[in-house]
Design a protein around this ligand. Sequence first.
Ligand code: HEM
Length: 396
Amino acid sequence: MDHRGDSIALNDVLTDPDTRTDLQKQGPVHRATLPNGMPVWLVVGYDEAVAALNDDNLSTALATGGLDGGALSPDMRDALLKSLTNSDQPDHTRLRRLVSKAFTARRVEAMRPWISRLTDELIDGFAQHDQVDLMAEFAAPLPILVITELLGIPEADRPQVRAWSRTIISRLGMPDFPVRAATEFVEYLRDLIAQRRDDPDEGLISALIRARDENDALSANELTATIFLMIVAGHDTTLSLIGNGVYLLMQKPDRAAQLRADPSLLPAAIEEFLRLESPVPVANFRAAVNSFDIGGTRISAGDLVVISLQAANRNDSQFSDPSRFDLARTKGRHLAFGHGIHFCLGAPLARLEGELAIGTLLKRFPDLRLAVPAAELTWSQAPFIHRLDKLPLLLS
Ligand code: HEM
């Protein structure tokens, strides 16, 4: 890659709002380094992010080496990563059509009463305490229980599945990729798929196995990679949405009061949480198929490109007073779920979980507040994760 001058560390941009704002003032595209040492181009402009997310010159399929740092064998990499998020057209179109046949709006909506009950049950587990770490006791368990139930993963296996998926996602793009956890997880999924082939149930795994398009179906590796994607995408992101949303509300008690008084504002609040503290701070890595320009910067074939959704979502070219938490914001479209062909397939489920979780929490705890000063809270350092490590709250 033709890098001249200094390169910035990706994490500085993700974790430090001042660095991000400074960079945006200097231009839409910069050189940066991943935590695993790989050099990348970092896109921080809004228009440039939209253009890059839509550009056929950028391939997610060619960029998977950046995710595991080259640690996985080709077969293991396919079994873990060959899903729709890491495919380009026309493969992507085929995969997305097949997965959409199984993961339907009806299937998600049918989960509503169950998610609502689960939310109350999780809250019952700590409601009598003075204090709770919301991340550990609520924001984390809810989405993993929802996605594993949706997929039909046996209850006894869920803690292990959660441990594997968290180990893997926290190391994507980082040094020391956990090859053992990835291999064990793929082997587990292969066994489970074999069981569901023999004995189908009502869950999403069986529906994915059944999904047919003329004579086409998901291959063995496409199935494992899609299930892995659903678990990771369905769990680690929604957990951050719930934590980041409650964190924002705890700093703005007047907004929390507004939401308690008028829950119909919740959908607008969820969009502001997604925009202001985007759970997925950067889009999936992309590699340049050809040489081309982004925002006046020449990208060479083979270069890796990282698109900062978080920076785009706080860009004042698109959002007036972008740091303001504004429930009446009508202008500007956030990119927290991406844009274009890879737009998040799980957005309706994430919004449903976010609304039920945060709405119920506000209703059940009228005096909810931070148990420590906000300055003492720490944020995750992994490139694909934007959330607090812990969120201690006083319940009454
Ligand atoms: C707040 C929660 C969520 C956020 C912020 C989020 C964010 C994103 C983003 C930014 C992308 C696009 C990545 C890119 O273009 O590089 C994406 C794709 C995707 N998400 Fe989500 N997601 C969330 C929840 C979910 C859930 C609950 C599921 C499903 C169970 C899910 C499934 C997917 C899938 C399958 C894709 C790939 C789509 C494709 O490549 O065509 N996501 N998500």
